[in-house]
Design a protein around this ligand. Structure first.
Ligand code: FKS
Ligand code: ZN
Length: 329
């Protein structure tokens, strides 16, 4: 379930999205489709906090032991007036400690799904490290809102961050993460904020106007060694492709100048004009256009699925990016 506008609604982020994207990939014969390989916990533990992982793994069984009837959901947080040095013992406190928002619940199968999703991202990354020009990781659940020890915004494990670190540990000296999902990738930004070996760039709805609200402003440019290696492009409601493309062009120039060994694209297609929870105005053919612009970087590229909720068009829009990319290669 999801809490939206004070109501309990069926989640926008649903399995059907994946079926539709996969169908579209098959229809256009984009390329061979392969299942993920198991990578174990080592690459995950390099990004996420150990106690957080234990929490994700055990949350649902702890919740079930209480007299609760619904899914595990946060309703109480350590806020700006609390330092929160102690992690509560009770699951209701613990879930509040680790949650960044209340729309996302944990239930039976959440942990297994998150594990499968990071395996998809790692399998794709490995293929590109081994010489493929580009691979698309059809990940669900998404990852870019998840921080080292926080879940929310439908994300539990940060697939792109796990993939970037894995690439760093397996020969890539510099990695760029281009986040084109409508929402700011707060988790990815936070994970790499003080590092210069992973350059994070995000195009998104202005956080003054939309989720995740508290991160993603232009003045967030990195910390310590990472100063200059975070770039944010917040854009106002109703921004169309003309505006969006200007941000993309600037981001692509920065990536080119950085000259990474690998590009990861956090690919969300919720920038689409008919997306039910977003406010940009991209049209389906714009996705093809920007796929080609990304290809012009001539970098080994991993596309990692994030959001996109106009379910009938999520397949067309996602595959348009990939097709635009491929045709320009
Ligand atoms: C709605 C408030 C909460 C949550 C939106 C989450 C967006 C998730 C996403 C991801 F890629 F992670 F899936 N909305 N009024 O699209 O960024
Ligand atoms: Zn999104």
């Amino acid at each position: 379930m999801e809490i939206f506008g004070g109501e309990i609604v069926p989640p926008f982020e649903c399995p059907k999205r994946m079926d539709i994207i996969l169908d579209r990939i098959k229809t256009v014969e984009l390329g061979p489709i392969e299942p993920p390989i198991e990578y174990g916990m080592e690459p995950v533990e390099k990004i996420h906090d150990k106690a957080y992982l234990t929490f994700l793994e055990t949350c649902w069984s702890e919740w079930e032991k209480e007299d609760f009837n619904g899914e595990a959901v946060a309703n109480c947080w350590p806020t700006r007036t609390m330092n929160a040095p102690h992690i509560p013992r009770h699951i209701e406190g613990k879930i509040g400690y680790y949650a960044l928002a209340s729309e996302t619940t944990i239930t039976k199968g959440t942990w297994e799904a998150a594990l499968a999703s990071k395996n998809v991202a790692l399998t794709a990354t490995d293929k590109v490290m081994q010489g493929e020009r580009a691979v698309f990781a059809l990940c669900r659940p998404p990852g870019h809102h998840a921080a080292a020890d926080q879940f929310g915004g439908y994300c539990f494990l940060n697939n792109a961050a796990i993939a970037a670190q894995y690439a760093r540990d397996n020969g890539a000296k510099k990695v760029a993460i281009l986040d084109v999902d409508f929402h700011h990738g707060n988790g990815t930004q936070h994970i790499f904020y003080d590092r210069d070996d992973v350059f994070f760039l995000s195009l998104h709805g202005d956080p003054m106007d939309t989720f995740p609200y508290f991160l993603g402003h232009t003045d967030e440019t990195g910390d310590k060694a990472g100063i200059g290696y975070t770039a944010n492009y917040p854009m106002p409601p109703k921004s169309d492709y003309k505006i969006w493309k200007q941000s993309l062009t600037d981001a692509l120039d920065k990536i080119k100048a950085y000259s990474p060994d690998l590009l990861l694209v956090s690919l969300g297609v919720d920038t689409f004009e008919d997306d039910p929870i977003s406010f940009f105005k991209l049209k389906s053919h714009n996705f093809t256009d920007y796929g080609a612009l990304i290809a012009d970087l001539e970098l080994p590229t991993v596309f990692i699925m994030e959001g996109g909720y106009a379910v009938e068009k999520v397949g067309i829009n996602t595959v348009n990016v990939l097709n635009g990319f491929e045709k320009a290669c």
